[in-house]
Design a protein around this ligand. Structure first.
Ligand code: MSP
Length: 541
């Protein structure tokens, strides 16, 4: 089973392009593994509890649950638009999750992993955490990232995190595949080296924060949001669910093959708290989830933030360019693990060159030529030639590269390899000139061979692209009359289109994205043509 999850998004604000990137990446990987014939379970969802939601709800004059659910609907609507095909939805106010978190807390307390103590210190309201000396700037103050910092004395419950740090260091050191990419694993190892013997405060007094999961053994407290949120990966996978039929069977899913998270929540949340929580619950080294850590999408090199007013709403991009153009851009222009800059000009450029020009033209020209010269029937043609053999070799190599990149979560290079082959197909048209062959009856056999090579390539490309562009891929396969249901990347072989196969006439799948200027020019041209036609009709009439 390939169990893939993502971070769950806070419901204190609307979804932005960073959230969309992570979810599209996970969806593409989930679809890829499904194509490969694996059983896949894809979980995503929302993180609903915490002070920020409580404050926003108060300001809006509604209950926190109502507020969190309304924001959740925005995420669900966006994921529908972006074509995310998830199997489970994790919402932390869900009763099944609440029950699981409470059982875990009870078990940990019984095991002696939790204790209560009083603590006085500086507290960041924005980050909902106590600050230590480490968090002070060089000039001794707490930086603006912490927002309002107050002094607070409070009794709370603690998780004995420090007792698991030695194990964690050993585990991360001896399990190179625990965190991908490797440099993020090194970041985590460095952070563990610096980790002090500090335990984790896992409660918040109810009089300060009521919107959370009550501690089952101390009703004056609710659970700290991270301790609650991290559990979603197992609660919604059926952990301690007593066979609840609405949840999956835990033993079939766990451990997660891939938890997709951003670099900001590797240390300490996932890399330290989560692994140590699982270890305390009794999970073995072999039962630890694998983390895939992606970078951040920035705007002109800057972090997206409300104060800078540079937050990009993916809905606007779907309106302007279409959901699939956005999907392609997100996983093509970002190298998994690294930061990248969101740039609408690059989105347009990549779409127009790689999809509208390279792939769109290839499919349209190939189908059109097949229609004009062969009545839309594919003939294999006899014999072989060097250029055709080279094209077949290129396709086979491309497919191997595509698969190995996708298996290594490297969507950018997988799509790059596919684009290189598409360009080679277009070059093959220019080299073999099927449009000239069609004028010479002695070259019918060669013409058939060339068109077959082109359309066969189109079919393979359309199939592989289904994990990134499910709708466009389905339309291309429909025009090529290929049923992809029984295909897998492993068994994909030359000869998808049998001799005598009939294809459809093309309808463009990737219309160019035009600038306002281009649109105005196109409208002008269309108006002129219409006027000319009207004049002609009037003269004739
Ligand atoms: N609720 C926590 C995660 C709990 S997981 C048990 C959280 N939420 S978040 O809404 O702030 O972020 C959700 C995911 O989006 C995180 O993985 C985060 O790294 C990612 N991103 C948030 N902003 C981002 C960018 N600008 N770029 C890419 N991903 C970013 O953290």
């Amino acid at each position: 089973m390939f169990y893939i999850t993502t971070a769950i998004d806070y419901t204190n604000g609307a979804p932005h392009i960073g959230h969309a990137y992570e979810k599209v990446l996970a969806d593409v990987l989930a679809r890829w593994h499904r194509m490969c014939g694996e059983d896949v379970y894809f979980l995503t969802g929302v993180d609903q509890h915490g002070q920020k939601v409580q404050q926003k709800a108060e300001a809006a004059g509604v209950e926190p649950e109502e507020y969190a659910n309304a924001v959740m609907q925005k995420f669900i609507a966006l994921w529908d638009r972006l074509g995310l095909n998830y199997d489970g939805w994790a919402a932390t106010s869900d009763k099944r999750h609440v029950a699981c978190v409470q059982k875990i807390l009870t078990n940990l307390k019984e095991k002696g992993c939790l204790y209560k103590k009083a603590y006085k210190g500086f507290y960041s309201v924005r980050q909902e955490q106590f600050l230590t000396e480490k968090e002070r700037n060089e000039d001794g103050v707490f930086g603006p990232e912490w927002g309002e910092v107050i002094e607070l004395e409070e009794e709370n419950w603690y998780f004995n995190l420090s007792q698991h740090i030695a194990w964690l260091r050993e585990f991360i050191t001896t399990h190179p595949d625990s965190v991908t990419p490797e440099f993020r694993r090194q970041n985590l190892l460095n952070a563990i080296e610096r980790a002090e013997g500090v335990d984790l405060c896992i409660s918040r007094p109810k009089n300060r924060l009521s919107w959370g999961i009550p501690l089952p053994f101390d009703p004056d407290f609710v659970t700290y949001v991270w301790f609650d949120a991290l559990v979603n990966y197992i609660s919604f996978a059926g952990y301690l669910s007593d066979g609840d039929p609405t949840l999956p069977e835990f033993s079939k899913l766990w451990p997660a093959a891939c938890e997709v998270i951003g670099k900001d929540i590797l240390v300490p949340a996932h890399g330290v708290y989560w692994y140590c929580m699982l270890h305390a619950m009794g999970f073995s080294d072999e039962e630890m989830p694998k983390l895939l850590v992606h970078g951040w999408l920035n705007i002109k090199g800057e972090k997206m933030s409300k104060s800078l007013g540079n937050i990009v709403d993916p809905n606007d991009l779907c309106d302007a360019f279409g959901a699939e153009a956005l999907r392609y851009y997100l996983v093509r222009d970002t190298k998994t693990g690294y930061d990248s800059d969101y740039d609408p000009e690059r989105l347009k450029m990549i779409y127009n060159t790689e999809l509208a020009n390279d792939l769109g033209n290839l499919c349209n020209r190939s189908l059109n030529m097949c229609k004009s010269y062969c009545g839309s029937v594919v003939h294999h043609g006899e014999g072989d030639d060097e250029l055709s053999a080279a094209l077949r070799t290129s396709l086979a190599e491309t497919e191997a590269t595509f698969a190995s990149c996708m298996n290594a979560y490297n969507t950018a290079d997988a799509l790059g390899a596919l684009n290189t082959h598409i360009k080679q197909c277009n070059a093959y048209i220019e080299q073999t000139k099927p449009f000239m062959m069609a004028k010479d009856e002695t070259q019918t056999n060669e013409l058939h061979r060339v068109l077959f090579h082109l359309l066969e390539s189109c079919a393979h490309i359309a199939y592989l692209l289904s994990c990134v562009l499910p709708q466009a891929s389905a339309r291309m396969l429909e025009q090529l009359q290929v049923n992809a249901a029984a295909l897998t990347p492993q068994t994909l072989a030359w000869g998808l289109l049998p001799d005598g196969h009939t294809v459809q006439a093309p309808t463009p799948v990737f219309p160019r994205i035009m600038s306002e200027e281009e649109k105005a020019k196109a409208a002008e041209r269309a108006a002129k043509a219409a006027a000319k036609a009207a004049r002609k009709a009037a003269q004739q009439g």
